[in-house]
Design a protein around this ligand. Structure first.
Ligand SMILES: Nc1ncnc2c1ncn2[C@@H]1O[C@H](COP(=O)(O)OP(=O)(O)OP(=O)(O)O)[C@@H](O)[C@H]1O
Length: 662
């Protein structure tokens, strides 16, 4: 407990009774979340205090410049002891940040900007700092991470993927080394022993998924020895009697916090076991064959949210054609369940959009991040149906053994904070679900990002032609172009078009993720065209050669609006970073998902009539898109609320049978 006093800052926090420090799940009445959601909308008057804090930090700068390295370190250790006693007060933080800033100048060659000092302070106040894209969150986080770690707290810097965890850790290592802080990185392929070593460090860089799974494994290993728990322990690597992997949930600094806390929070993280599949494999093949032969609006109906169901006529038809199959096909419930699953597999989930085939396996692609999620499978037989559709080996069905949502997991940290470029739309939800308030941090320099407007095409084919034309036009002026696509399929379609026309380009998607760092490193070259999925949408820092600035900087083309305006803004945020120039534009089609799934039919018809030739009225289109994106966000918000409710029920049920703390 002694090493986290600074984090608690006098707050009354109920702690769990497990082997390491964490909070117990908050028991809140629904009205509390609503009240917090409402409170999130109130303005915060902190300007004067923030300015005083900046003045105090800057006033110490000159003095820190003359310290030799050892004095710098000794003084920071003394400040850490003070923070330990007094908490992260402005006075302590000003002194600590001034020293870390100087250490960074000496080791990384980068002096924290004032706005980064404000972001660091916001983090240690347990808030979410909204810093525009490219403003330097990686460096800003070092202020909070070093200060917290110096007080002895286990400091987790949470990133959205392994690539960013490794990149950010590597980037900041000289600073941490200088300050004598041990740094660890957790990556997907690491053994339990290596993970434990990484978490034992002062600061650990880790992706949200790895961290949460490691926590679940600990929870399992610490559980009681019921049959389920025993199997869980085996899953965790037979670690009976071994120390936990983590050393506690002290402080989490979440980068790209809206992605982790909102977008990824619609599904719980699950540890499951494979059940021996006692279903006859012909059930899958027959169901898929049958589903392929059924007619839409005759035998089955579907809505834009991928819900598919058999019509009464369809049910009769299925009963008739399966009459001779026998076995489980005799039960109406199972028969209809199989066929509905198969219909979803055939019509609702598409290869290279929702999943890819890699090593002869169906691997889910996370649409918002563009990355494969090798450990995830769809539930209740859907994954097996898709495997059957694709002719892959059918894996056993999986049964949930332990699960947790991000809402519950991150709520257990003693101090939770985060950063992102795009928080304003979800500020109320973040406050309601995590009790995190958003503080907007100003930019270091005025932004020089210019939006060139939107082009709406009458069909997808016309869109790809227009995108290719625009990319070539801009690249021929010596500027690099980043084209953002929504799926592997779309990225490859555009790449094929470039290829057919002999236009040099690079591709970054879930199938080509091995060369990610290299693709990003080269994407800022003169006249370079890079086609990427959302993999390049967040966190990616495309460095520009000096002559590119003269030419106008990076140009970003968005080829399809995402359901979330935040994801679009993140893609646009790849250009015009740190005061550089840059331009953006959207070249989309009326066939896109946002329009077909979220626009009511009459409005779709109006849009189609507005698209004369290629262009629609720009202002009108913008409003329309914003309205659709609001609708879509509301839809997903409802999904998240549902997930949270089901997770709470799951946890309550386990508590009732007394099998686990979760
Ligand atoms: N104080 C500084 N002085 C000089 N360069 C800086 C400073 N802070 C950040 N940078 C540079 O600015 C660029 C953007 O930084 P970074 O990638 O951390 O931004 P970000 O805010 O995380 O962006 P995104 O929102 O896209 O994730 C990097 O090249 C980084 O080295």
């Amino acid at each position: 407990m002694s090493d986290v006093r600074a984090l608690l800052a006098g707050r009354e926090v109920e702690l769990g009774d497990g082997p390491y420090l964490e909070r117990v799940d908050a028991k809140r009445a629904p009205w509390e979340a609503r009240l917090r959601t409402w409170l999130a909308k109130l303005p915060r008057f902190d300007g004067r205090r923030a300015q005083r804090f900046l003045d105090a930090t800057n006033a110490l700068e000159e003095a820190t410049r003359v310290f030799d390295d050892d004095t710098l370190r000794t003084n920071l250790a003394a400040e850490a002891r003070r923070m330990h006693r007094e908490g992260f007060t402005d006075v302590c933080l000003a002194a600590s940040f001034a020293l870390i800033r100087e250490a960074s100048r000496r080791t990384l060659g980068m002096r924290h900007h004032d706005v980064q000092l404000l972001a660091g302070r916001t983090l240690l106040q347990g808030r979410l700092a909204e810093m525009s894209t490219g403003e330097g969150k990686t460096l800003a986080a070092t202020l909070a991470a070093c200060s917290a770690a110096m007080t002895g707290a286990a400091t987790h810097v949470v990133t959205v993927n392994d690539y960013l965890a490794e990149r950010d850790a590597e980037h900041n290592t000289p600073l941490f080394d200088f300050l004598g802080l041990k740094i660890g990185v957790v990556l997907q392929d690491m053994s339990v022993a290596d993970r434990r070593t990484a978490y034992a460090c002062d600061i650990t860089y880790v992706s949200n998924k790895e961290l949460t799974f490691d926590y679940l494994k600990d929870a399992i290993a610490m559980g009681e020895s019921s049959r389920t728990q025993q199997r869980l322990a085996e899953f965790a690597g037979g670690r009976a009697g071994e120390p936990p992997i983590l050393r506690g949930l002290h402080i989490a600094i979440i980068d790209e916090a809206d992605s982790v806390l909102i977008d990824e929070a619609s599904t719980p993280l699950i540890i499951s076991e494979t059940l021996p599949d006692d279903l006859d494999p012909t059930i899958y093949t027959r169901a898929i064959e049958l589903a392929t032969s059924l007619e839409r609006d005759v035998h089955y109906a579907a809505n834009h949210h991928r819900d598919i169901w058999l019509t009464p006529g369809g049910k009769v038809h299925v009963r008739e054609v399966t009459a001779e199959f026998g076995g489980m096909w005799r039960s109406a419930m199972w028969r209809e369940e199989f066929v509905q699953k198969a219909l979803s597999a055939v019509h609702g989930f598409q290869r290279d959009q929702h999943y890819i085939l890699a090593d002869d396996k169906v691997q889910i692609v996370d649409e918002s991040t563009g990355r494969v999620m090798p450990d995830r499978t769809w539930e209740r037989g859907l994954h097996q149906m898709i495997e059957c559709k694709e002719g892959c080996e059918i894996t056993g069905q999986r049964r949930t053994l332990a699960q947790i949502t991000y809402q519950r997991f991150f709520g257990r940290y003693l101090l939770l904070c985060g950063m992102t470029g795009t928080a304003q739309e979800v500020a109320a939800e973040v406050k309601g679900s995590y009790d995190l308030s958003v503080t907007r941090i100003p930019t270091h320099k005025p932004t020089r990002r210019r939006n060139l407007g939107d082009i709406v095409c009458a069909s997808s084919d016309l869109r790809w032609e227009a995108v290719a034309r625009r990319a070539v036009e801009v690249a021929s002026t010596g500027r690099p172009v980043l084209v953002g696509t929504r799926s592997v399929e779309a990225s490859e379609r555009l790449a094929a078009l470039f290829g057919a026309n002999g236009i040099e380009h690079a591709v970054l998607n879930a199938r080509q993720d091995k060369s990610e760092a290299e693709a990003v490193a080269q994407a800022g070259g003169a006249g370079r065209i890079t086609v990427a999925t959302n993999m390049a949408g967040r966190g990616t820092d495309i460095k520009l050669a000096p002559e590119i600035e003269q030419a106008g900087g990076l140009h970003v083309i968005l080829t399809e609006f995402h359901e979330s305006a935040r994801v679009d803004r993140q893609l646009f945020g790849r250009c015009a970073r740190q005061g550089d120039p840059g331009t953006t534009e959207a070249v989309v089609s009326i066939d896109d998902d946002l329009f077909t799934r979220f626009a009511p039919a009459p409005l779709r018809a109006i849009l189609a009539s507005l698209v004369r030739g290629e262009h629609a009225s720009e202002k009108l289109l913008r409003r329309y898109v914003t309205w659709l994106q609001d609708r879509a966000e509301r839809h997903y918000r409802r999904q998240r609320t549902d997930t949270q409710r089901r997770d709470a029920e799951w946890a309550r049920a386990l508590g009732f049978v007394g099998k686990s703390r979760r």
